[in-house]
Design a protein around this ligand. Structure first.
Ligand SMILES: [Zn+2]
Length: 95
């Protein structure tokens, strides 16, 4: 007799829902908890006390994603674009 292999692979009736991690971020504008935040990244200038390397024309440009430590990208979270327009992150370059 032929063995029906399909019967061994029947999916269970009750499928567990894949648990999606809910990302909650406090809105920088209205302080509500946004589950699908509008994220705004700010690439900062050098922080106070940090050693600023001398500018070299021929220095290789660094990809902003690869920046670490003092040059870490700041992240501002918003509910949506409207909240971003209501309260934009401080302009670090103008401080
Ligand atoms: Zn908001």
């Amino acid at each position: 007799m032929e063995k029906n292999e399909r019967t061994n692979n029947i999916m269970p009736r009750v499928q567990k829902r894949p648990e999606m991690p809910i990302i909650k971020r406090k809105c920088y504008s209205c302080s509500k908890m946004a589950t699908k935040p509008y994220v705004y990244h700010v690439v900062p200038s050098y922080s106070y006390g940090a050693q600023i390397p001398i500018y070299q024309k021929n220095a290789p440009k660094t990809n902003r994603v690869e920046l670490r430590g003092n040059r870490k990208v700041l992240v501002y979270n918003y509910c949506n674009r409207e909240c971003y327009e209501l309260r934009k992150p401080p302009e670090l370059y103008e401080l």
